[in-house]
Ligand binder design. Sequence first.
Ligand SMILES: Nc1ncnc2c1ncn2[C@@H]1O[C@H](COP(=O)(O)OP(=O)(O)OP(=O)(O)O)[C@@H](O)[C@H]1O
Ligand SMILES: [Mg+2]
Length: 421
Amino acid sequence: MPVTIEYERPWLYPAQQAAIFDARDLNGQAARYALIEASTKAGKTVGCMAWLVEQAVIHGSPGRSYWWVAPVYPQARIAFRRIKRGLPRALYRANDGEMTLTLPNGSTIWFKSAEKPDNLYGEDVYAAVIDEASRCREASWIAVRSTLTATRGPVRIIGNVKGRSNWHYKLARKAEAGEPGMAYAKLTAWDAVAGGVLAREEIEDAQRLLPENVFRELYLAEPSDDDGNPFGLKHIDACTVRELSPAATVCVGGDLAKSIDWTVLIGLDKRRCMTGFDRWQKLPWDKTSERILGLVGKAPTLLDSTGVGDPVVEGLTKKRPTIEGFKFTATSKQQLMEGLAVAIQSHDLGIVAGPVIAELENFEYRYTRTGVRYSAPDGYHDDCVMALALAVEKHRQLSPAMFSAMAPGGGTRISPWLGGS
Ligand SMILES: Nc1ncnc2c1ncn2[C@@H]1O[C@H](COP(=O)(O)OP(=O)(O)OP(=O)(O)O)[C@@H](O)[C@H]1O
Ligand SMILES: [Mg+2]
C-alpha cells in the first residue's frame, strides 16, 4: 500500500533557506553542491537537518541511504538525537546502535563520523550533509563524494570559517568563482540576527569580548590571516624539524593520560629542540610511573599533576626530586599555552614532524565568557601540546647558565630514549 507522508518544512529564516534549500549555481540551475560558510549559531545544523530529512521524505524509496556526516562521533550522535526529537514519532524507526532513522517510505538516514574516512566508502548515497566541514578531514569529503557518484546525489557542505588552509575553504572559493553545479553562500551572525534566531546584544557582546580577527572568523565567516590557529601555521612550520636532536636533554615535560587520552613525554635540549618523544596508553599507573622514571632520567621534569595524576606525580617526586608537578587551572593552563605560543612565534623551538605538529596545527581558539582560550577541537587530543608546553615552561624556569653547568660539552646520555652526544 502506498504510504502518504505529509511533510511541512520547518520555518527557516530567509537567508538560511536561500543558502541551504534554494542553492543555485551561476547559471541559475539548482546546485548539486552547496558550499556554505557560516557564523556559529547561525542555524547551520538545524537548517541542514531540515534539508536532509526533506530529501529523504520526498525522494526516498526502499533501500535509499541519506547521510549526515560530522567531524567526530559525539557530534554525529547529537545530530541523530536532535533529528529524532524533531520528527513525529510515527515518522521513523530508529536504530540507536547504528544511528539510523528509517522512514515509512523505506529510506534510511545514517549518522556518520568523519574520523575514519575508510568507513565512508562503499555505499550509494542519495543526499548528504557534511556539518562542521572545516573540521572534517579532506579524505572524508573525498569518500563522501565517491558515495554520491552513482546516484548523482546532492550535498550540503557547511561550517565555520577556520583559516584558509583546509578543503572547505578551497572548495568554497571554487563555488564562489561560479563552478557549474556549485552554489556558494555566507551566513553571518547579522543574517541570523535579522532572521530572529540570534540576539543582537549577544553578538555585540562577543564583538567587545573577542579579538577582532577571532570575531571576524567565528561570527562574520571571514578567515583570519593566522588561519584560526592560535600559534600561527606559518610559525609552526618554521619550528618544524625532521629529526630528534642528538644533543643532551636538559628538561622534560609530560602530560599524564586521564581516561581515554595518552601519556606523553617530550624532552628538549639546550636550544629547545626536541630530544625525545614517547607516548603510550592504557598502562596501569605503576607501569606508567616506572616508564616515566626510566625515560626522564635525572633531567628536570615538569609533569601535569591535575586530578587523577596528582598522587602519581607525588609518588614520582618522592623517588626523583628532579620531577615536579604542575597543576592546571583555567588560568595556569592559559598562561602555559601563551608561553608556548611566544616560543613558537619567535621560532625558538625545534619540533619534530609528526603527532606534536599535527596537534599544534589542529589547535583552535575557544571562546568563553571570560575570554579566548586555546584548545584542541572537540574529540581531538591535546596531550602532545600540553607536554610540549610543560617542557617549554621547565626550560624557561631553568637558567641557561645552569644548563652549561649541568651538561658540559653537550652532556651525557641519560637514558636510551633521551639521547646525548
Ligand atoms: N529557523 C530557525 N528557527 C528557530 N530557531 C532556529 C532556527 N535556526 C536555528 N535556530 C536555533 O538557533 C540555535 C543554533 O542553531 P544551530 O545549532 O543549527 O546552529 P549552528 O550554526 O549549527 O551552531 P554551531 O555553531 O553551534 O554548530 C538553536 O538553538 C536553534 O534551535
Ligand atoms: Mg552546528
